[in-house]
Design a protein around this ligand. Structure first.
Ligand code: PLP
Length: 453
């Protein structure tokens, strides 16, 4: 099937879309430009966009725009469509559920699929202790609720977070997030009782995991103290902050200190969760078993859903009615999550993510060997990144990063950047992408980099 009638709303996405890169207009093409003009007139400017094209269909490893261009998708809508866009099981489950009932509010009258998602999360997250889950709509909402739960359980208020952390854009999660621009600037005042300590960032700090943990813990003990601290919140691999992978031993040392001191240890796996890093959850790769885990992005094939999962005694400490929301655990999102989880498990996508990791690691390290502007290659599984720097000084090169991004988009590759200093190119392909498309996408990125002066 080729996409010819680009104005038709009947274009079918999913893995049946031709899995090819195809650039037939300048980017953005005329239809996309028209949408962007309307967007500027209708949508608040604060809601930005990084890829200037109007999407009409997506699936497998491609995204098709209104002008008939087909992009290789190396972003998965920020690690959301791990199973691929419009994945067949998800489409079928959503269609079935939407015809059955669309909403009751779970806290008014419960239904089976919410409980089944909770059971799946309790089974899949690290730790063989008894667990409970609660469902929400967004990653930020899950993080907010994890903090609520930890505070209620410990009867303490302080929360420790890390340099380069990203936890969302609501008021509390802005406070938890490190980077001012664009996430916080001008949006204060921020929620109190949040304390930031140094992250382990091996490429930039040169410390071992033990040294970095000692630095963080001594700061916590001096500036907060365990008797004021409800929780330590950390992304096992930082997402928006630059795919920073902490040195070995850093996370276990933090967890041990938290466990020994009556502090709830929370892993924010919103970006790393659900097969992405080559294990179902990234915590597994670092030998940590968090008390609470927050999940969202990859959970439901693109439908809005998030969760807090963890130790039963902590999760059950809040009174009935203290947690919830009108839409949290919506039945359509839950049906999508069950189909998504089935797809990860039945289609071997954990193993596929590890395979993609091997391919990405090999290609990116080969690029690094040929170009000193690639200062670091890091990540796990299908969550890999390269940090671009000035080779003479090691300083972050955000301008080069932007040029590579623009050139890749013009050549039909959807690419994402990240990093505190805006100098990290991140690779988050759908796990449904073929090696062929992935390699072609990487060829384009390499050409964009070598062409960029
Ligand atoms: C994206 C993200 C969030 C926020 O999720 P939203 O659904 O955008 O609110 C929180 N934590 C991490 C680690 C994320 O990557």
């Amino acid at each position: 099937m080729t996409v010819t009638d680009t104005t038709s709303a009947a274009i079918v996405g999913g893995p049946g879309l031709p899995q090819e890169r195809r650039v037939v207009t300048e980017i953005p093409g005329p239809q996309s430009r028209r949408l962007l003009e309307r967007k500027a007139q209708a949508v608040a400017k604060g809601v930005g966009h990084s890829i200037p094209v109007a999407t009409v269909a997506a699936g497998g490893g491609v995204l098709v725009d209104a002008d008939g261009n087909s992009f290789i998708d190396l972003g998965s809508g920020i690690a959301v469509t791990g199973v691929g866009n419009s994945a067949p099981r998800v489409v079928e489950a959503v269609q079935r559920q939407v015809a059955q009932f669309t909403h009751t509010c779970f806290t008014i009258s419960p239904y089976d699929s919410y409980v089944e998602v909770a059971e799946a999360l309790n089974r899949l997250t690290p730790g063989d202790f008894e667990k409970r889950s609660a469902l929400f709509n967004s990653g930020a909402e899950a993080v907010e609720n994890a903090i609520k739960i930890a505070r209620h359980y410990t009867k303490k208020q302080g929360v420790v977070v890390f340099d380069h952390a990203y936890h969302g854009r609501t008021n509390l999660t802005m406070a938890l997030t490190a980077k001012s621009m664009p996430y916080k600037s001008g949006f204060g005042p921020f929620a109190p009782e949040v304390y930031r300590v140094p992250m382990s960032y091996p490429y930039r700090d040169g410390l071992t995991g033990a040294e970095a943990a000692e630095r963080a813990i001594s700061q916590i003990e001096v500036q907060v103290r365990a008797d004021n601290l409800a929780a330590i919140l950390i992304e096992p691999i930082q997402g928006e902050g630059g795919f920073v992978v902490p040195a070995e031993g850093f996370l276990p040392a933090l967890q041990k200190w938290a466990n020994d001191n009556g502090v709830v240890f929370i892993a924010d796996e919103v970006q790393t969760g659900f097969a992405r890093t080559g294990t179902m959850f990234a915590s597994e790769q670092f030998g940590i078993v968090p008390d609470l885990v927050t999940t969202a992005k990859g959970i439901a094939g693109g439908l809005p859903l998030s969760a807090v999962t963890g130790r039963a005694e902590i999760m059950d400490s809040s009174h009935a009615g203290g947690l919830g929301g009108t839409y949290g655990g919506n039945p359509i999102a839950c049906a999508a999550a069950l189909a998504t989880i089935e797809t990860y498990e039945q289609d071997g996508l954990v193993e596929r993510a590890a395979e993609i990791g091997t391919l990405l690691t090999g290609r990116l390290n080969a690029m690094r060997a040929g170009d000193p502007r690639i200062g670091d290659v890091r990540g796990r599984g299908a969550m890999m990144a390269m940090e671009l720097v000035d080779p003479a000084t090691g300083r972050p090169d955000a301008a080069l990063t932007s040029r590579v991004l623009a050139a890749a988009i013009a050549q039909g590759v959807v690419l994402l950047t990240c990093g505190t200093y805006g100098n990290v190119i991140r690779f988050l392909p759908p796990l449904a992408i073929s090696d062929e498309l992935l390699n072609e996408g990487l060829d384009i990125v390499w050409k964009a980099l070598t062409d960029a002066e």
